[in-house]
Write a protein that binds this ligand. Structure first.
Ligand SMILES: Cc1ncc(COP(=O)(O)O)c(C=O)c1O
Length: 382
């Protein structure tokens, strides 16, 4: 029997047995790393994903964790036998203070991915529709679909940005949730905060808006305009953030959402109340608001990104203007060949499908890695 049907049946039978359930890490991984193209489905059948490869396939931060975070992790190890109840409360309070909300508006997860999954389940269970632009980070919509929802998609605009006007017009009477991702993954493009704000205000009158801000800290501090400021007066809005990107804690797994307590209660039914580990919490506590580390990441990332975008410009390969650690451009050769031959040269990237074409999604590594990558890529496509 088809694997995805098994998984859906498992979900449903589990849900039938219990009001809330823990999401297994294996299940999350299977969807998070899920192939987004036929080229990837074929490539992953035989690919070996570790063993010294340059990983330009997961939008990770090559400079993290910070020294402070590493020390905090080592220091907390002796508490590894204790549940992190008190530490979770401390981190929630710190986040609430930073974001300017009451702690009851903050929910922590083992990565924001876990919270995207829970939201997808909570809002997909009753059927109806979830809506997003595409391509974007698909996790929430994948889970909503695994439940009962239909996923409606609108195209990006010609600058490869989320088209908020189109998105607003596509909300239907049974749209349960609309997903915004600003800056967006896989394009790295950002839309002006005023546009996103008026979208959130309008759309939340009709449905729940999920504003994913995983990459917001890649912008200079003056431009980091979060939608969190809307949450207190807009109950139909969730804003999510992660420590995985600019803070460099992807493998430690910690993120959070901000939303009205009633919305968080609905989402919280589908996860454990204490999923982040002592080590992740400790690292997050010292990383939160670490401007020095974030600036270092931003600056080095911008230099390394320019190595790639200069190359793409020279080749006249069209790409959206990325402000983050990922760039999307049309694949100049068939995707499976690109993946396989780059892999042989020691580089991993992603291939996406959009508008009937294949696209290369390349995460930004160090400057040296990007110099090596463009050489390898050039020889693969020549
Ligand atoms: C837009 C976006 N949101 C959320 C996530 C999930 O990140 P994490 O679960 O590590 O917080 C990612 C990961 O790449 C992402 O690109």
């Amino acid at each position: 029997m088809n694997k995805s049907i098994n998984r859906r049946d498992w979900f449903k039978s589990t849900l039938a047995l219990t009001a809330g359930f823990a999401i297994t890490p294996a299940l999350v991984n299977s969807l998070m790393a899920g192939p987004v193209s036929q080229a990837e489905r074929e490539f992953y059948k035989s690919a070996r994903l570790n063993g010294g490869k340059v990983r330009l396939n997961s939008n990770e931060n090559p400079y993290g964790p910070s020294e402070k975070a590493k020390k905090a992790v080592l220091d907390i190890l002796t508490e590894g036998n204790r549940y992190a109840f008190a530490e979770m409360t401390e981190l929630r309070n710190l986040i609430a203070e930073k974001e300017g909300v009451d702690p009851s508006f903050v929910m922590l997860g083992a990565g924001s991915g876990e919270l995207l999954v829970q939201t997808g389940i909570a809002y997909g269970l009753e059927g109806g529709r979830v809506l997003s632009a595409y391509p974007t980070f698909t996790l929430l919509m994948n889970y909503a679909q695994q439940m009962n929802a239909t996923w409606d998609k609108v195209d990006l605009n010609e600058k490869m940005e989320f088209d908020y006007q189109k998105l607003l017009s596509a909300i239907k009477s049974d749209t349960r949730l609309v997903f915004s991702c600003n800056p967006n993954n896989p394009t790295g493009t950002v839309v002006n905060a005023e546009v996103v704000k008026s979208f959130c205000e309008e759309a939340s009158k009709k449905t729940l808006v999920y504003a994913d801000e995983a990459y917001l800290e890649f912008l200079e501090p003056a431009h980091q305009k979060s939608m969190v400021s809307l949450v207190q007066r807009t109950p139909n809005l969730i804003v999510s953030k992660t420590f995985s990107k600019v803070y460099g804690l992807a493998g430690l797994r910690i993120g959070y959402i901000i939303g009205h307590p009633d919305v968080l209660k609905r989402v919280g039914k589908y996860g454990d109340t204490i999923s982040p580990s002592q080590t992740a919490i400790a690292a997050a506590k010292v990383s939160l608001g670490d401007e020095e580390f974030m600036k270092m990441t931003r600056d080095k990332n911008a230099i390394a990104r320019k190595v790639l975008t200069d190359y793409l410009d020279k080749k006249k390969f069209n790409h959206g203007k990325s402000v983050t650690n990922v760039v999307l451009f049309p694949a100049p050769k068939d995707g499976k060949t690109i993946l396989t031959q780059l892999d042989e040269k020691g580089y991993l990237i992603r291939i996406w499908e959009y508008q009937g074409k294949e696209w290369c999604r390349v995460s930004i590594g160090t400057e040296e890695e990007m110099k090596g990558f463009i050489k390898a890529f050039d020889s693969v496509i020549s």
